[in-house]
Design a protein around this ligand. Structure first.
Ligand code: FAD
Ligand code: NAD
Length: 466
C-alpha cells in the first residue's frame, strides 16, 4: 500500500533537512528523500564543511611553519596529506550522521534513494538497487540543490580537471594548479592548495575577483592574496583545456587578444553552480523554471503548482547554506499556516580565507546605482589592540549608513574573524539600528569586535583610536 505523508521533502541538504525537521516540529507527518546515501547535501558532504576543515588544517600547517618569526622554534614540520584528508572526512561523517540522528529524533521518515514526480501528489523513490517505492503527500517540497557548471566542451574527470568535489580530495599537492574563476570556491580552494605548497594561478574573466562584493573590499582582498603568493590573470578567457601525460594545458586569451598557455598538474573549474532539477520528472507535473533554469516560486516559495514548493540553491537568490536553511524554516511555517519569511537584505556572505571576508546588505556600488545617499565609517585592524597583540592586523571594517536617518544599510569586512563579526551587524540591521546604536554599545576590550564599534563611530567621524 502507498504510504501517505502530510509533507515530502526531496533533498536532504541544509534546505531540505531543516525544512523536514521544522515540519515535524509543527506536527506534520514528514518524509525526507536523499539520493547521495548520506544527509547534509552539498554543504556537509562536498561543500562548506570539508572545505572549512581543509582551510583550517592548511592554515595551521602554514602558521606552524612560520612560527619561528614569533620566537617559537618548530623543526621538521611535514605534511601528511593522507592524514589531513582523513581528518576532514571524519568531520564530514560526524556531521552527516548527526543530521540522520536529528531526523530520527524528530520522527522524520528518511528514504535513501532518488525521488521523482509520478503526479503532483505522488513521488516515486528508486534506491541504489533500483527497488521502487511510491509515497503520497498533500505538500511536496523540492530542495534538490545545485551542481558545478563545467566550461563548454570540457568535462570534469575529478583528477586533472576538477570541480570543487575533486579539489577537496586530491591525493597529492599539485606543483602547479590553475583555478578558473576568482569567486568563493576558487579563492577558498586556491588558498588551501597554495598553503600546502602548490603554485596557484587564478584565471578570471572579469577585471576584479568576487563579483558582487563591495569593490574596495574585493581590491584589498586581491592585494592580500597576491602577497600570500597567489597569482592572478585578470580579464582572461579560457579557450580550451587539453590534457597531457603530466596534467593539462589551459589555453587562454586576454582582453587584447593575446594568447597564453598555462601548463599545470590540476585545473580547478569554479565558474559557478547551476540548479539541480535532473531526474525529478518536473515535466510530469508542469513545474515552471525561469530563464536560468531555476524553479520559479512566489514569495511563499510555492511553484506554479500550488501544493509544490521549492527552496535553497534550486531557486533564485544567493547559493548559500544559511539562505537555504532559513527558506526551509519559512516553507515549513507557511505550510503549517504560519507566516514564514526570509529577509533577503540581511543574508551575510563569508569567504573563509585568511583573512576572512564578510559582507551584508548593500555595497557602495549598489547604493550609488540606486541613488541612495550614504555615510561611510571605516576602521583598520591595524589600530585594533587585539589584532595588534596577536599580530593579525590586515584588513578593515566598513559600515555604510543612510545619510539622513543613520540606519545601517550594509557592512563589509576583511580581517580576522570577519565571518563571526558580521553577525553583530546582521542583528543590528534586523532591528533597524543606526550606526550610532552600534557605536554606543559597550564592546569588550581587547576584542576584534571593537573594530566594528570604531567603524560605527567613524560614520560620524568620531572614532577614538584612529
Ligand atoms: P544541497 O546542499 O545541494 O542539497 C541538495 C540535496 O538533494 C543533495 O544532497 C542531493 O544529493 C539531493 N538530491 C538531488 N536530487 C535528488 C532527488 N531527485 N532525490 C533525492 N535527493 C536528491 N555555503 C555557505 O553558506 N557557506 C560555505 O562555507 C559554503 N561553502 C561551500 C563550499 C563548496 C566547495 C561548495 C560547492 C558549496 C559551498 N556552499 C557554502 C554552498 C552550499 O553548499 C549550498 O548553498 C547549500 O548546500 C545549498 O543547500 P540546498 O539544501 O539547497 O542544496
Ligand atoms: P562564484 O560565482 O562565486 O565565482 C565564479 C567566478 O568565476 C566569478 O568571479 C566569475 O566572474 C568567474 N567566471 C565565470 N565564468 C568564467 C570563465 N569562463 N572564465 C574565467 N572566469 C569565469 O562561483 P563558485 O566559486 O563556483 O561558487 C559557486 C557558489 O557556491 C558561490 O557563488 C557561493 O554561492 C557558493 N559557495 C559559497 C562559499 C561560502 O559561503 N564561503 C564557498 C564556496 C561556494
Amino acid at each position: 500500500m502507498t504510504e501517505k505523508f502530510q509533507a515530502i521533502v526531496i533533498g536532504g541538504g541544509p534546505g531540505g533537512y531543516v525544512c523536514a525537521i521544522r515540519l515535524a516540529q509543527l506536527g506534520l507527518k514528514t518524509a525526507c528523500i536523499e539520493s547521495r546515501g548520506s544527509l547534509g547535501g552539498t554543504c556537509l558532504n562536498i561543500g562548506c564543511i570539508p572545505s572549512k576543515s581543509l582551510l583550517n588544517l592548511s592554515e595551521e600547517f602554514h602558521k606552524i611553519k612560520n612560527l619561528s618569526n614569533k620566537g617559537i622554534e618548530v623543526e621538521n614540520v611535514k605534511l601528511n596529506l593522507g592524514k589531513m584528508m582523513k581528518s576532514k572526512d571524519k568531520a564530514v561523517t560526524v556531521l552527516t550522521k548527526g543530521v540522520e540522528f536529528l531526523l530520527k529524533k524528530n520522527k522524520v521518515t528518511y528514504f535513501k534513494g532518488t525521488g521523482s514526480f509520478k503526479s503532483k501528489n505522488e513521488i516515486l523513490i528508486k534506491d541504489e538497487n533500483n527497488k521502487e517505492i511510491l509515497i503520497q503527500s498533500e505538500k511536496i517540497i523540492i530542495a534538490t540543490g545545485s551542481v558545478p557548471v563545467p566550461l563548454p566542451g570540457i568535462e570534469f574527470d575529478e583528477k586533472t580537471i576538477v570541480s570543487s568535489t575533486g579539489a577537496l580530495k586530491l591525493n597529492e599537492v599539485p606543483k602547479k594548479m590553475v583555478v578558473v574563476g576568482g569567486g568563493y570556491i576558487g579563492l577558498e580552494m586556491g588558498s588551501v592548495w597554495s598553503r600546502l605548497g602548490a603554485d596557484v594561478h587564478v584565471v578570471e574573466f572579469l577585471d576584479h575577483i568576487t563579483p558582487g562584493m563591495d569593490k574596495e573590499i574585493s581590491n584589498e582582498f586581491m592585494k592580500i592574496l597576491k602577497k600570500q603568493g597567489i597569482n592572478f590573470h585578470m580579464q582572461h578567457k579560457v579557450e580550451n583545456i587539453k590534457k597531457n601525460s603530466s596534467g593539462a594545458i589551459v589555453l587562454t586569451t586576454d582582453k587584447d587578444g593575446n594568447k597564453k598557455e598555462f601548463d599545470c598538474d590540476v585545473v580547478l573549474i569554479s565558474v559557478g553552480r547551476k540548479p539541480n532539477t535532473k531526474g525529478l520528472n518536473l515535466e510530469n507535473v508542469g513545474v515552471e523554471l525561469d530563464k536560468k533554469s531555476r524553479i520559479k516560486t512566489n514569495k511563499n516559495f510555492q511553484t506554479n503548482i500550488n501544493n509544490i514548493y521549492a527552496l535553497g540553491d534550486v531557486i533564485a537568490g544567493p547559493m548559500l547554506a544559511h539562505k537555504a536553511e532559513d527558506e526551509g524554516v519559512a516553507v515549513a511555517e507557511n505550510i503549517a499556516g504560519q507566516s514564514g519569511h526570509v529577509n533577503y537584505d540581511t543574508i551575510p556572505g563569508v569567504i573563509y580565507t585568511t583573512p576572512e571576508v564578510a559582507s551584508i546588505g548593500k555595497t557602495e556600488e549598489q547604493l550609488n546605482n540606486q541613488n541612495i545617499k550614504y555615510k561611510i565609517g571605516k576602521f583598520s585592524f591595524m589600530a585594533n589592540s587585539r589584532a595588534k597583540a596577536i599580530d593579525d592586523v590586515e584588513g578593515f571594517v566598513k559600515i555604510l549608513a543612510d545619510e539622513k536617518s543613520d540606519k545601517v544599510l550594509g557592512a563589509h569586512l576583511i580581517g580576522p574573524h570577519a565571518g563571526e563579526l558580521i553577525a553583530e551587524i546582521g542583528i543590528a540591521m534586523e532591528f533597524g539600528a543606526s550606526s550610532e546604536d552600534i557605536a554606543r554599545t559597550c564592546h569588550a576590550h581587547p576584542t576584534f569586535s571593537e573594530a566594528v564599534k570604531e567603524a560605527a563611530l567613524s560614520v560620524d567621524k568620531r572614532a577614538i583610536h584612529s
